[in-house]
Write a protein that binds this ligand. Structure first.
Ligand code: ATP
Ligand code: MG
Length: 221
């Protein structure tokens, strides 16, 4: 029997996934693993924000959200945590983060920002959103409950930047958008916070070490 292991030297490009991760859950993690393995990126960085720009300040600290991301990925090769937004403090503008990562990886490295359909639909409200595509590709993942109901600004954006295949995203450094349905998981952080507040079980929605951390520190009560 032969085992079809991806050749590490064939892995190319850096994928990143930003979020509040309040808390990180299996919807985030399964998406990350699907991308890493399905498209052979060299690695995928999860980037917890310090201060979300479009939602209420989380009830848990940035350090606690960071701890939970670390616990979630500790044993998974290829996944890493990038704490730059937490170190930077202040409002976490993705355009600033992508500009910094682009400067670090160099002009030629394929850089892919993964985001769910709900986040993509809100893109025109993001700080300097038109710059994002200059620094990275956008890999948009469908999310149960969110339809690609594009407002005209976004449909124009998609017409201009849509890739012909996902592999194109690994042949150029930035500038393309791709839409994909991966493992559809109807899990959200808000659902987990609500269950915890109601004293109900959050088991199997997120990794067990993260569940234990939430219970031990009595978060989201
Ligand atoms: P909340 O319920 O507090 O809004 P969330 O579950 O949406 O939290 P975020 O940290 O806001 O989690 O999401 C970070 C990124 O992960 C976003 O791009 C979001 O669209 C994506 N994402 C979150 N959950 C899923 C999921 N179940 N499937 C696919 N993508 C997801
Ligand atoms: Mg959300």
């Amino acid at each position: 029997m032969t085992i079809d292991l991806p050749n590490p030297s064939a892995r190319k490009g850096v994928a990143i996934m930003g979020g509040t991760f309040d808390p990180i859950h299996n919807g985030h993690l399964r998406t990350a693993v699907d991308i890493l393995d399905g498209y052979h990126y060299a690695n995928l960085k999860l980037i917890p924000c310090f201060q979300p720009v479009h939602k209420r300040q989380p009830s848990v600290t940035p350090q606690q959200r960071l701890d939970m991301v670390n616990l979630a990925i500790s044993s998974h090769p290829g996944l890493s945590v990038d704490a730059r937004e937490i170190v930077r403090e202040g409002p976490s503008y993705t355009a600033d983060t992508l500009r910094d990562i682009r400067a670090e990886v160099g002009a030629d490295e394929p850089l892919v920002m993964v985001l769910g359909m709900d986040s993509f639909l809100s893109l025109p409200t993001w700080h300097n959103w038109q710059d994002l595509i200059k620094y990275a590709h956008l890999f948009v993942v469908s999310r149960p409950g969110w339809e690609p109901d594009l407002i005209s600004e976004l449909s124009r954006f998609c017409e201009n930047y849509r890739a012909a295949s996902p592999h194109e995203l690994q042949c150029t450094p930035s500038g393309l958008v791709w839409f994909e349905t991966l493992t559809p998981l109807g899990i959200s952080s808000s659902m987990i916070r609500t269950l915890a507040r109601q004293g109900k079980s959050i088991a199997y929605l997120l990794p067990e070490p993260v569940q234990n951390y939430i219970e031990k520190n009595q978060l989201y009560r």
